[in-house]
Design a protein around this ligand. Structure first.
Ligand code: FES
Length: 257
């Protein structure tokens, strides 16, 4: 188990939408470097306080030159509300990096890559696009939102193209992101977002015979493969989302029925 715990200092926190925050902390000096698709367990409250559990938050970006680690998260419970109050100079505890993450070298070697995100599911995709671009494979990004998109400007340097769909029609294509994705134009599709969206992406890929990898989200207690609370039943047996995942071949975790 390579995850470690450490305290890090908050460098900045910014609202990028009413319920979305971008939190940047000092990149831990010790321990393994996080890569795309991995996450940390975050905590800025004592063991005596609620919530009992730390919050799993995916890595949004890593800037080695700046020495920063950035998270993009949605405020949707007591833990994330407490994280949202963090300001410059305060500290929080990170445990990680956790999870398998994306195999970027294999993805870059596959050829043309589409990266498909929905809502806060775009969070882990920035580092993914950055790492793919660094490996010589700028992906095309497809991003779906309910209404106004957020955080997409950061993707520009790392993507060959960015296409947006919104449920409201406020920006880009009016409808689901699956309405603008043509998997046959790609050799590999990588996705993160609501399950129903990822299932739709997988369905399109399966119809065209294009491999698809999906990053799942689950409630997590330990984040380290110890409690089995995040176990999901895949077609190749039970797997922990926190340690065996969160990235799985889509055909192992979704049905076409
Ligand atoms: Fe404990 Fe995954 S959260 S095993």
């Amino acid at each position: 188990m390579s995850a470690t715990s450490c305290n890090v200092r908050v460098l900045r926190q910014k609202a990028v939408a009413s319920d979305i925050r971008r939190l940047t902390v000092a990149l831990p000096k010790e321990g393994p470097r996080p890569h795309a698709g991995q996450f940390y367990m975050l905590r800025c409250w004592s063991a005596a306080e609620t919530p009992v559990l730390s919050r799993p938050i995916s890595v949004h970006d890593v800037d080695e030159r700046e020495g920063t680690l950035t998270f993009l998260y949605q405020i949707k419970g007591e833990g994330t509300q407490k994280l949202a109050h963090l300001a410059w100079g305060q500290t929080l505890t990170l445990t990680g990096p956790c999870g398998n993450g994306f195999d970027v070298a294999a993805a870059a070697a596959a050829g043309r890559v589409a990266v498909v995100g929905g809502g806060i599911g775009v969070a882990p995709l920035l580092l993914l696009c950055r790492e793919l671009a660094a490996a010589g494979c700028k992906p095309e990004l497809y991003a779906g939102f309910r209404d106004a998109p957020y955080a997409l400007e950061d993707f520009l340097p790392y993507c060959a193209a960015i296409s947006v769909a919104t449920d409201s029609g406020a920006v880009g294509y009016h409808g689901l992101v699956t309405g603008i994705l043509h998997p046959e134009e790609f050799d590999l599709v990588l996705t993160c977002g609501p399950n129903v969206m990822m299932q739709g992406v997988y369905r399109l890929c399966a119809e065209k015979g294009v491999p698809c990898l999906a990053s799942l989200e689950r409630k997590m207690a330990c984040g380290l493969g110890a409690c089995l609370g995040c176990t999901c039943h895949t077609k190749v047996g039970p797997k922990t989302v926190c340690q065996d995942g969160p990235v799985f071949p889509a055909q192992e975790v979704f049905d076409l029925g």
